[in-house]
Design a protein around this ligand. Structure first.
Ligand code: CO8
Length: 378
């Protein structure tokens, strides 16, 4: 936990950018069910002999009820719903072209810079933090830095669903310590290449999006609306319940680097049961450290993995259901966007709050990792 003793640190701007294409639950389910029907027909003898399990059908109704998701944005729709492919067909880019993920990042960064009333020349550090980076090096952050014409330094971070909050915490610490004065934190969540569209249990979960925030000292802030960061808190606890194994070691393994065990997979029920109490306690402890109780919060910008998780966490803390205004949900439009979810909720639902309102941004996900920032409208 950190307190900015001498220097108030603020979130002075933020931006969300989404790709043009969407996939509704119905479109997704039609494609998956057609694929499953085809596979079941092709494997009918093996299924009848008990050598292979029949693929179950998916349901748009189940998806909405179990998760709150109605649609998701996707960077490249072509290929993702084609039952002979079941993955997006993303065009290869040459090394001298802007990479896909850097483009995602730049799009959100420009919106955040405008929102904070800043120029690229005001920024001296760039953190790109998300669930996956497109490559190991050079860092996407350094490519973004070059694309925007930013001096200083940049680096990438990976903390799955807590990548955004953990990166904002690092930015807060850098500004507090004086090692950077104005930090651009970007979360280019290009999730669709890792989604297993052939898996009924997870094909609906993720969407593509990019978010960015600007963190700086209060005395350099020129935006009309800003939030003081009162405190940050992070915790991690190892769990195998959410895993993605694809990585650079694949080249040296006698294994299929694109096998289903290397794509995103999870024990969703287990995650739900374990993470909800962890996240509730995390928020309660964080608030208590500031002499706040849950009832002192005007808004809860929670991680967006599942609407039922958010309802449970806020109910556990408030002793009643949180209203839509108190704990906004963006899952219906965006689905789970890994680390970007709580930031989208913040971006879409903060401008209406009066000065002095206190809220919490909190993420929770793979690792497990939980990150929170308690913030107050200036
Ligand atoms: N259609 C119809 N039925 C289905 C479907 C479907 N699509 N999927 C499952 N079912 C069935 C099941 O088979 C089961 O049937 P039965 O009762 O006969 O066994 C029944 O529905 C209920 O299944 P579940 O118990 O699994 O359903 P839940 O109510 O638990 O809902 C969820 C499933 C929505 C996955 C839920 O468990 C959940 O959201 N859990 C939390 C998971 C979570 O938060 N995970 C975090 C993931 S993100 C992260 O941390 C980092 C990821 C980084 C990015 C990755 C990019 C790719």
């Amino acid at each position: 936990m950190n307190h900015a003793a001498n220097q108030s640190v603020v979130i002075s701007g933020a931006g969300v950018w989404n790709p043009a294409h969407t996939i509704t639950n119905e479109e997704l389910v039609d494609s998956y069910n057609a694929y499953a029907t085809k596979m079941n027909a092709e494997n009918a003898p093996a299924i009848a002999a008990g050598e292979r399990t029949e693929m179950p059908m998916s349901s748009a109704d189940f998806i909405y009820k179990a998760s709150g998701i109605k649609q998701r944005y996707i960077y490249v729709k072509d290929g993702a719903l084609d039952i002979n492919r079941m993955r997006p067909r993303i065009p290869q880019r040459a090394e001298d072209e802007l990479s896909h993920q850097a483009e995602f990042a730049v799009n959100a960064a420009k919106i955040a810079l405008d929102d904070a009333n800043k120029l690229a020349s005001d920024i001296d550090a760039v953190i790109v933090s998300c669930a996956y980076t497109e490559r190991s090096y050079p860092a996407i952050a350094i490519e973004v830095q070059a694309a925007l014409g930013i001096d200083g330094f940049g680096f990438d971070m990976l903390v799955a669903c807590s990548a955004a909050t953990f990166a904002m915490q690092r930015a807060y610490e850098m500004v507090s310590a004086g090692t950077a004065s104005c930090v651009l934190v970007i979360n280019p969540e290009l999730t669709s290449p890792q989604v297993n569209y052939k898996d009924r249990d997870s094909h609906f979960i993720f969407g593509d999006v990019s978010t960015a925030v600007i963190i700086e000292k209060a005395d350099t802030c020129r935006s009309e609306q800003s939030y003081e960061i009162l405190s940050t808190k992070a915790v991690t606890k190892f769990s195998n319940n959410i895993r993605s194994n694809f990585g650079y070691v694949s080249h040296a393994l006698d294994d299929d680097p694109f096998g289903v065990h290397n794509l995103f997979h999870q024990n969703g029920r287990g995650v739900f049961k374990e993470v909800c109490p962890m996240a509730a306690k995390h928020i309660e402890d964080h608030l208590a450290s500031l002499d706040y109780t849950p009832n002192d919060l005007t808004r809860w910008w929670l991680h967006q993995a599942n609407i039922n998780m958010n309802l449970l966490i806020s109910k556990r803390l408030l002793g009643r259901d949180a209203t839509k205004e108190e704990a906004p949900i963006v899952l219906d439009e965006y689905a789970n966007t890994a680390s970007a979810g709580s930031i989208i909720a913040f971006i879409k639902y903060n401008k209406d709050l009066p000065s002095g309102s206190v809220g919490v941004i909190c993420s929770f996900g793979a690792g497990y990792s939980i990150g929170s920032l308690v913030i107050r409208k200036r």
